[in-house]
Design a protein around this ligand. Sequence first.
Ligand SMILES: *Cc1c(COP(=O)(O)O)cnc(C)c1O
Ligand code: SF4
Length: 348
Amino acid sequence: MAQKGPMITRTAPTWHTQDWQNQLSNAISSVAELLELADLNSQDLPAQLKAHQDFPVKVPRAFARKIEKGNPRDPLLLQVLPTHQELNTVPGFGNDPLQEAQFTPVPGLIHKYRGRVLLTTSTTCAINCRYCFRRHFPYSEHRISQSQMDRILEYLRQDPSINEIIFSGGDPLATSNTRFGQWVQQLEAVPHIKRLRVHTRLPVMIPERIDSQLLNIIDNSRCQWVFVVHCNHHNELDTAFHQAIKLLQVRNVQLLNQSVLLKGVNDNACILAALSETLFQMQVLPYYLHLLDPVAGAAHFDISETRAQSIYQELLGLLPGYLVPTMVRETPQALSKTPICPEKQNVS
Ligand SMILES: *Cc1c(COP(=O)(O)O)cnc(C)c1O
Ligand code: SF4
């Protein structure tokens, strides 16, 4: 199968599948434990904390260790700590902000944009991000069984305009290598598929996920690969992440990053610039900076579009163009992400 020219020596990871699977199943699952690890007690925090039953606390330990101790405003902590504000009902923030149902011709497949389809391949993630736009997603209806995969393949075969598959989720890498490898093999058998893109937070959360079996899948693939990782703040990036993505980069996997603009986490041009700089040291290019999707329970992360535009304007003044992510909003009916332009420049 390998069609990537002569075998070259490739660096191999020193970790094993068991390592990441253990970390995945041993994630922190209670506010109490999270606070203990962050050296905080609940008096440091506003009012009572209550995680929605259908969106529990879930934080990999490696991520929790990057939280600054004793800082209730730590940007990593804020991404994972439930607050009472999640229970607020805010006009405009609903359960299905993207209204994707009409773009789902086959369960598990969203075909909204030309040339690419998004597969909701996995029902879980390594982490539960409190701002997640899929927090109310009916995953059980979207879990991909083999019979559904057969329907997906049938759909793809009939539409030669589709040349890219986006593995999304949940997190597509929260799945076993066996399952993931089977999907890849089946999808690649459709001749007009050229690119496989993986939207994943796992390399940042549990870098050991980039294990040798996964690398084998990539080595044996005829397609071009893109990994879009998801990192919101440079404190999330460390040497373990760097080591893991190097294993991908030597295999010519294109690494990109997407972030969500989040109040209290990264709503600041200097922080966003530091994120881009750190990513680029690891040869990851910033791709998208998403405005928050208006999902119920996440309104406390929202900032106004005007403020987003002024942050973006400032960011443009801090970085070379290639390190500025495109700021976008997801609009339910639009046929691409909608770029948000900076404010008109005030040249004084
Ligand atoms: C974001 C998204 C994509 C990918 O869009 P790109 O601009 O190619 O990154 C594809 N399908 C859906 C439904 C999406 O929401
Ligand atoms: S990893 Fe992505 S899909 Fe999963 S909870 Fe976080 S934002 Fe949502």
